[in-house]
Design a protein around this ligand. Structure first.
Ligand code: ADP
Length: 632
């Protein structure tokens, strides 16, 4: 015999009740069934012949197939009597029809084979828990008032037994779930990384909530569709982008209302308990259950004048043709899912992810306690994800501050070094003049002058860099002719190029190449690139400067046949204070600021810079800037 929820006590009470009904009330057959979460009556105790017991025990009858019966019945106190013929002789057929005495057909109180007498078993607050059904009265008559009252008394007894058994099971379940929620929570709060929280939680959640499939996702910080996700089992397929979008939207809506979403998918057109399987599943229920500790009374279905506590209210059918629903069905069909539970991960006003649980066809419904536990777990995970995110942000911030600190120290040491070299030269020559004013002071003056220029150039670079790195200063708005800037830069470096025996050429261009921006800054780009090309090209080499335009852009190309830059140096070339590792280039004076200044200027003018360089063969720097809107 099947035990109700494994409890021996309740079964013996029910056995005693059916025996009592048979003996004291005088029925040949008495059966007690209890209502399961799936709205099915499960027969748990039978009295009568061995044959009747054999036939009835363990039998299951869906509530839906008895709904007509329960609504048309005559009310005998709390008993429900359905006289033969009222349902058009369509018997639910779960008790054998036995015509005891056909000759007594004229007696109005004679018990007819199709007569049905049932007593709903209810909890003290009126919830339908089961049915007591009787048949084959020993005296062949419909029961009189005193036997009805006796029957009601036995029903009350059975109702109390079922209620207590249910309460005990519920308590057991609540205790078990509370323990699981706590364990999952403390595991999650121990993790400091979102990925670890997600990955280490899936298995315990699936086990605690009896999910056949599970999918947990924490959104990336500030990004809804990416993020960390894990599935249970591992082999579960990843969802399409469309599904991700749908689930993300649903999770956000659910979190806004602090609800958990429950969707029940059923074979098309079939009723509960039917065994036929249609190819296209449809949603027959979509209901929500609160993530908080209390259950809404409105979420319960009314059954035979009382509430059935396990049963969620049935909302209207949804449209299976809806493309969004279709996306969902396509995903869950291969998983044979019957119930989908979606609980949003959230903290404060933000939805931070979601937890999706699937149960396969034929499995039990999620109980209200399981739904609540899922909501609570998801909420806890939301908080843990938020904490981990804050920690991650803090790490990023600390990293940035450290980088800033390094930058500052680099700046100080480089600037001191760069100042010391020319200042040492200046001091040396000043001493020379002081010691011996007759010794060629003009040579010393030249050296002093050159070094002062170096100092000035460094200060100039630093001031430019400061201006470019200040977040509150933007480029001045003007119109600059890039060809003219290139022309000026070539003119400025022509004497140096001539001194070094370098050919410096600019390809002529017809008409101006106008770009919008800061004149000083854009001229500096041309000066720095041409200056570097001349500086890092050995005597006898060539530097070619070209300007050109396309429909929307202007290009400045500075090509040289100089030392070239190794691939490794190229990776760091545009960062502050970087100087080449090539000894020939390193021997020449420089601050390592020129190219980082060029990069920042080009970037803040909406342009880009490209480098093509080969060690020992030369370099080509190409700057691309958007054409001024007036010209374009
Ligand atoms: P600086 O020239 O003051 O050192 P830059 O930022 O202008 O600083 O250049 C950084 C480094 O890049 C230089 O030290 C040099 O090694 C290398 N470099 C720049 N331009 C060229 C070039 N045209 N050819 C070879 N190396 C170059």
């Amino acid at each position: 015999m099947r035990r109700i929820n494994g409890g021996a006590d309740v079964n013996s009470v029910l056995d005693a009740v059916v025996e009592g009904v048979a003996q004291a009330v005088g029925f040949g057959v008495a059966a007690i069934s209890y209502l399961t979460r799936d709205l099915t009556f499960h027969i748990a105790a039978v009295s009568g012949s061995a044959e009747a017991r054999e036939q009835l025990l363990g039998m299951e009858v869906p509530l839906s197939s008895m709904e007509d019966e329960l609504t048309v019945a005559d009310q005998w106190g709390s008993l429900l009597f359905i006289p033969a013929g009222r349902l058009g002789d369509v018997s639910t057929g779960w008790l054998p029809a036995v015509d005891a005495d056909a000759s007594a057909s004229l007696d109005p109180d004679r018990w007819r084979p199709e007569d049905t007498l049932r007593s709903p078993l209810r909890s003290p607050d009126g919830e339908l828990l089961g049915l007591l059904s009787v048949d084959v009265p020993v005296d062949g008559r419909r029961p009189d008032q005193s036997r009805r009252e006796l029957l009601e008394m036995y029903s009350d007894l059975a109702g109390i037994a079922l209620h207590n058994a249910r309460r005990a099971t519920e308590l057991e379940e609540q205790v078990r779930l509370a323990g699981a929620v706590e364990a999952i929570h403390s595991n999650a709060t121990r993790s400091l990384e979102v990925t670890h929280i997600v990955e280490s939680s899936v298995q315990p959640i699936a086990e605690a909530l009896g999910a056949d499939h599970l999918w947990l996702r924490a959104f990336a910080d500030g990004e809804r569709l990416s993020g960390t996700s894990a599935r249970y089992p591992d082999s579960m397929a990843a969802g399409s982008d469309a599904l991700l979008g749908l689930v993300t939207r649903t999770a956000n809506e659910a979190w806004a209302r602090r609800r958990v979403s429950l969707v029940r998918i059923e074979a098309g057109g079939a009723t509960i308990g039917a065994t036929e399987h249609a190819t296209e599943p449809v949603v027959t229920e979509r209901t929500t259950a609160p993530a908080g500790p209390s259950l809404d009374a409105q979420d319960r279905t009314l059954v035979a004048g009382g509430r059935a506590g396990w049963v969620p209210r049935r909302p209207p059918r949804e449209d299976p043709e809806d493309p969004e629903q279709h996306v969902l069905f396509e995903y869950v069909r291969p998983l044979d899912a019957q119930t989908i539970l979606l609980a949003p991960l959230g903290a404060g006003n933000d939805c931070l992810g979601y937890l999706v649980l699937l149960r396969r066809t034929g499995g039990p419904e999620f109980s209200p306690y399981e739904v609540q536990a899922a909501g609570q777990i998801a909420r806890n995970l939301g908080q843990a994800v938020l904490n981990a995110r804050l920690l991650e942000r803090e790490h990023v911030l600390v990293g940035q501050l450290e980088a800033l600190d390094h930058y500052k120290s680099d700046l100080i040491s480089t600037v001191s070094h760069e100042l010391r070299t020319p200042l040492t030269a200046i001091t040396g020559h000043l001493e020379l003049i002081e010691d011996d004013p007759a010794s060629a002071p003009s040579k010393s003056f030249r050296v002093i002058g050159r070094n002062l220029e170096r100092v000035m150039a460094l200060i100039d670079d630093l001031l430019t860099l400061k201006k470019l790195t200040d977040t509150d200063t933007s480029a001045a708005a003007g119109v600059v002719d890039l060809h003219q800037a290139a022309l000026d830069a070539v003119a400025a470096f022509r004497p140096t190029a001539q001194d070094k025996g370098i050919t410096l050429a600019l390809t002529p261009h017809a008409g101006p190449l106008l770009i919008s921006g800061d004149r000083d800054e854009l001229e500096r780009v041309a000066l720095n690139l041409v200056g570097n090309a001349v500086k890092y090209t050995p005597p006898g080499g060539a530097v070619t400067v070209t300007t050109a335009r396309t429909e929307r852009f202007v290009r400045l190309v500075v090509q040289d046949t100089g030392y070239g830059i190794s691939p490794r140096d190229q990776e760091e070339l545009f960062t502050e204070f970087f100087r080449s590792t090539n000894p020939d280039a390193l021997a020449l004076p420089g601050t390592g600021l020129g190219l980082s200044i060029v990069r920042r200027i080009v970037q803040r003018h909406g342009g880009s810079i490209l480098l093509d360089s080969h060690l020992g063969r030369g370099s080509t720097f190409t700057v691309r800037l958007p054409l001024s809107r007036t010209t374009a």
